[in-house]
Design a protein around this ligand. Structure first.
Ligand SMILES: [Cu+2]
Length: 139
């Protein structure tokens, strides 16, 4: 065993010497080149995960806004409803304006002067009334 150890010890010492040399060099090399590339690698992986998540997620429905107002007029042929409406949280302040309705049936049974509660939703570049129902008169 001593013979074998003596035979291999010079080699082992040489190898250890190489390891010591590499041990001094590799950390520096990894600090300057390996770490930034690892960082970018992570960024790329995270980006891909986000892309996949976005591709898998169903299209988010646009938010629905609710308000109350008084009917000023309506036009079944055009599918519009004119309202004097109160504040619509997150969308607009009180005003008189003309809305397009999602379906002309929403106008049926409405009369000028009616107090209504309504819901709006963006469809493409339009904001449509998607729901109208009678609302109690303000106190
Ligand atoms: Cu408005």
């Amino acid at each position: 065993m001593a013979v074998v150890g003596d035979l291999f010890s010079p080699f082992d010492e040489q190898r250890n010497g190489v390891h010591r040399l590499l041990g001094r060099r590799l950390p520096k090399a990894s600090m300057t080149t390996a770490e930034p590339s690892a960082w970018w690698g992570h960024a790329v992986v995270i980006g891909l995960v986000l892309l996949l998540a976005a591709a898998r997620a169903p299209a988010q429905p646009s938010p629905v806004y609710e308000g109350t107002g008084s009917v000023l007029g309506m036009n079944e042929a055009r599918g519009t409803l004119d309202l004097d409406h109160g504040p619509i949280p997150g969308l607009m302040p009180p005003m008189r304006m003309r809305f397009a309705v999602e379906r002309v049936e929403l106008l049926r049974g409405l009369h000028v002067g009616d107090r209504v509660r309504f819901a709006l939703q963006a469809r493409g570049d339009q904001v449509l009334i998607i729901r109208v129902e009678p609302a109690p008169a303000p106190e």
